[in-house]
Design a protein around this ligand. Structure first.
Ligand SMILES: NC(=O)c1ccc[n+]([C@@H]2O[C@H](COP(=O)([O-])OP(=O)(O)OC[C@H]3O[C@@H](n4cnc5c(N)ncnc54)[C@H](OP(=O)(O)O)[C@@H]3O)[C@@H](O)[C@H]2O)c1
Length: 242
């Protein structure tokens, strides 16, 4: 069975992506500090999943690949783990900047670098990074300079790796969700003024569910997407075209 690794697979968008991949026949490694709950509920649904318990801020990303290889050949990698520090640049410490950049961008590079040789061996691979509408904007009403920089950096990484690894059968793309109600965005959607300010700019008139993002993301990891690489797929209810 083809193995997929999904960081952030315990909750939110990552979990929905993991579920969609499992429905498409992948055996999914749920990468998180606490993957057991998600794995148990996947198994209760009859979906193949296994835990990869790591703290990506502390453990080397290569450990994820080593643990997943014990389950089979890795065919897909999705990096959806994320954190944010919502502060204006003048109040943001270098440590906070590095923390956000590290988890979103450095870990994306290190995971991809660790997994690509194995995908090259089987001649097939799908790598999906998770950007954001902030890949293309200043970040909206709440200042998030490190997050915006990391998400924009992923655009460059996606293009560079897609070009280098296309001959190896590996496709690399960037999925950019709009606003999704998860734990991650709770500080925003729980504030009525912020929630209203953002929602009024979404032509579809509402935030997305994790499943709406995941259905598109999982498609990018299928056989049908062999000619899609180095590109960005935005799923934002029209936010960027407002
Ligand atoms: N929500 C949105 O509106 C939105 C929009 C655009 C892009 N995104 C992006 O989508 C991705 C997922 O966001 P989300 O909203 O689904 O977030 P979420 O619900 O808060 O989930 C975050 C995930 O990251 C994992 N994680 C965080 N720190 C980790 C660490 N040190 N080691 C291992 N895993 C860690 C968490 O796992 P554990 O806590 O179990 O370790 C959890 O599974 C992020 O990259 C985010 O930037 C979100």
């Amino acid at each position: 069975m083809r193995v997929a690794i999904v960081t952030g697979g315990s909750r939110g968008i990552g979990r929905a992506l993991a579920e969609e991949l499992a429905k498409k026949g992948f055996k999914v490694g749920i990468v998180s500090r606490h993957p057991e709950g998600a794995v148990k509920s996947f198994q209760e649904m009859g979906l193949p999943a296994f835990p990869v318990a790591v703290d990506l801020e502390k453990d080397p990303p290569e450990k994820v690949v080593d643990l997943a290889l014990a389950e089979g050949d890795i065919h897909a990698l999705i990096h959806a783990a994320g954190i944010n520090v919502r502060k204006p640049a003048l109040e943001l410490s270098y440590e906070e900047w590095r923390r956000v950049l590290y988890l979103h961008l450095d870990v994306a590079f290190l995971l991809a670098k660790a997994v690509a040789p194995h995908m090259a061996c089987v001649g097939w691979g799908r790598i999906l990074f998770i950007g954001s509408v902030t890949t293309f904007t200043s970040g909206g009403p709440v200042p998030i300079p490190a997050y915006v920089s990391a998400k924009t950096g992923l655009l460059g990484l996606t293009r560079a790796l897609a070009k280098e690894w296309a001959p190896l059968g590996i496709r690399v793309n960037l999925l950019c969700p709009g606003y999704v109600q998860t734990d991650f965005t709770a500080p925003v959607w729980s504030n009525p003024d912020l929630y209203q300010a953002i929602t009024s700019r979404i032509p579809v008139g509402r935030w997305a569910s994790p499943g709406e993002i995941a259905k598109v993301g999982a498609l990018l990891c299928t056989e049908d997407m062999d000619y899609v690489t180095g590109t960005t797929v935005v799923v934002d209810g029209g936010f960027l075209s407002y």
